[in-house]
Design a binder for this molecule. Sequence first.
Ligand code: C2E
Ligand code: CA
Ligand code: CA
Ligand code: CA
Length: 279
Amino acid sequence: AKDKGRNIWHVYSQELHDELSERLDLSKKLRYAIEQNKLTVFYQPQVDMTTRKIIGVEALVRWIEDDGSMIGPDRFIPIAEDSGLIIPISEFVLQTACRQLARWRDLGFTDLRMSVNISGRLFQLPDLTEQILYAIRSAGIPTAFLELELTEQVLIENSSSHTQFMHDMRDNGITLAIDDFGVGYSSLSYLKHFPINALKIDRSFVKDLPDDKDDATITQTIVSLARNLDIGIVAEGVETEEQAEFLIERGCTIGQGFYYSRPLPADEITQLLTQPDGL
Ligand code: C2E
Ligand code: CA
Ligand code: CA
Ligand code: CA
């Protein structure tokens, strides 16, 4: 039995070792990829589901390897957050997204809104507000067209610097959305205390609509909550016409998902924006 126990320990420590060295490997590769400009930004349309017009886009980072293959953010964002690389990555995404919005505005798409994800890790930056304002100013776009997506995690912390940040954003006309709404275990009272403009219903609640009764109830409840608080609402992960119809009937008219478009490079979004009848 003793031998067996030792073996199990050995297996565990080997696995742990493998995982640690893989993460270390990936963070080294990631650092190099950032220096070599191997990161790029894709954009996914947010659509008015009643008119099928694109009202905004969400900036989503991509890592292109030398052979052209892509490493998704779900694999490298957690590592970037642990290693601090999320800071240069976010700076890159924010600047790229603001400049791209300026280009689309030059082409005449002046109603388009840009959403950018803000990792909780960035709240450790003392000059986060200045960095955001700097990116907006150097791109020459109006603040009102930038929306920041924050996760509930950020709100749970409820520290004075977080509160200050959110009020700074509001005072500057930048809007805030809560990402992945419903999956965090936070209290709803923050919706009252913080200047939140929109909730994004997490994809996990949309996935099995309209058949799953529980998900239908949850979605309906989130929509009513948002409407009663006069907060905007966006459904994530809309993949089917049935889901879109269900959401529209319940009062959620803005959707984002593969049914409308996958995240795409900027020039392909320009093509979509140019289509007269929307998506
Ligand atoms: P997220 O913010 O919830 O972004 C939406 C994710 O859902 C994107 O995955 C998008 O491709 C995917 N998605 C959109 N529509 C559908 C759909 O209809 N079906 C399915 N199955 N998936 C859909 P992506 O691009 O792989 O990003 C994953 C996560 O990585 C993001 O989740 C976000 O948390 C993070 N992320 C991406 N870019 C950035 C960034 O620039 N900064 C930070 N801090 N995080 C980022
Ligand atoms: Ca997001
Ligand atoms: Ca989300
Ligand atoms: Ca998510």
